[in-house]
Design a protein around this ligand. Structure first.
Ligand code: IPM
Ligand code: MG
Length: 372
């Protein structure tokens, strides 16, 4: 298969991790006889620095002519600490999501058996956890009208949803349960918010066309508690933009590190794949960022194009790296492996590995083949 992939490394550790995902994709291309063509473009704080715009027209054009987008991270502390800033890096990401019509963000949350001890949560609570969050991505409070009074003392953000916006993501979420455990949980705040009551009504109606799917409802405050109290009760969680943003970071604790969580944003046409972690500016260029979330996002990209075996090959290589302890310091503070070495190991494993492979740690240190 031939694929044109737009690369938007963005800010902070974005460039550090996207390079590693590209290595894995290249390894898959070599191993399976595909051709992936990459084209890089600017987004975020770096785009503001160079062009004044967090999403330059040229970047959008590169994305639109590609088959898929691989995104790194966005954000820079110089904007976080300046409430008066008129232009912000995050606006680039939001505009990109909106312009590409990426109304559904899919965030899988899984407890890796090899990492179960790393999570701050107790092993017997998190073992067996495997759920996916379907987060609405182009509506709600993120995109409603924003106001600030002239004297700057009163502000508001409008949260608005239409039936149509709820219906399209709800269908995707219901369908997703069918290749899983046939259970959908709508997370909302229907005891307080009108928008949530609309979500409940629309999702209940749609549920009638999926009689094989068990549908239940949870208020978001309770859901936040249940996710760390009894996460294995969930299969697919469907929720609006802001609630999804919050509970997906919470869910990342289950996996042991936010550096492991990948996501896919899909919609009308071109899809985008990105780690859920932020730009982690303190780690930029230090060769310590965990590349796994970005690499697993590349696997989701392959899955999106029905390259299932290829995606599984990446996932398997990642699992091997975790199992063999070829991990960045967020997962093992005594680890001597950096971003690059972990990326090399995974790419190398994709190309050469078999289950019986022995890892030659000395070779990893030298950046040579990891396989004996
Ligand atoms: C995410 C991020 C973004 C969001 C930020 C960077 C705008 O937190 O993708 O979860 O809030 O959607
Ligand atoms: Mg977030």
């Amino acid at each position: 298969m031939k694929l044109n992939i737009a690369l938007l490394p963005g800010d902070g550790i974005g460039p550090d991790v996207v390079v590693q995902a590209v290595k894995s994709l290249q390894a898959v291309a070599d191993a399976f006889g595909h051709t992936f063509h990459f084209e890089e473009a600017l987004v975020g704080a770096i785009a503001i620095d160079k062009t004044g715009d967090p999403l330059p027209e040229e970047t959008l054009a590169v994305c639109k002519k590609s088959d898929a987008v691989l995104f790194g991270a966005i954000g820079d502390p110089k904007y976080d600490n300046d409430p008066k800033a008129k232009v912000r890096p995050e606006q680039g990401l939001l505009k990109l999501r909106k312009s590409l019509g990426l109304f559904t963000n899919i965030r899988p949350i899984k407890a890796y058996p090899t990492l179960i001890e790393k999570s701050p949560l107790k092993k017997d609570i998190i073992s067996g956890t495997d759920f996916t969050i379907y987060r609405e991505l182009t509506g709600g409070i993120y995109f409603g009208e924003k106001k600030i009074s002239e004297d700057g003392t009163i502000a508001s953000d409008l949260c608005e949803y239409s039936e149509a916006e709820i219906e399209r993501i709800a269908h995707l979420a219901f369908k997703a349960t069918r290749s899983r455990k046939n259970k959908l949980t709508l997370v909302d705040k229907a005891n307080v918010l009108e928008t949530s009551r609309l979500w409940r009504r629309v999702v209940t109606t749609i549920g009638k066309s999926y009689p094989d799917v068990e549908l239940d409802f949870l208020f978001v405050d309770n859901a936040a508690m249940q996710i760390i109290l009894n996460p294995s009760q969930f299969d697919v969680i469907l929720t609006e933009n802001m609630f999804g943003d919050i509970i997906s970071d919470e869910g990342s604790v289950i996996g042991g590190s936010i550096g492991l969580l990948a996501s896919a944003s899909v919609g009308s046409d071109i899809a985008m794949f990105e780690p859920i972690h932020g730009s982690y500016p303190q780690a930029k260029g230090k060769d310590i960022a965990n590349p796994v979330a970005s690499i697993l996002s590349a696997a989701m990209l392959l899955e999106h194009f029905n390259l299932k075996e290829e995606a599984e090959t990446i996932q398997y290589a990642v699992e091997k790296s975790l199992e063999k302890g070829v991990v960045t310091p967020d997962l093992d503070k005594n680890s001597t492996y950096g971003t690059n070495k972990v990326g090399d190991f995974i790419a190398d494993f994709i190309l050469h590995a078999e289950d019986t492979t022995q890892v030659n740690k000395e070779n990893i240190e030298f950046g040579q083949s990891t396989i004996i």
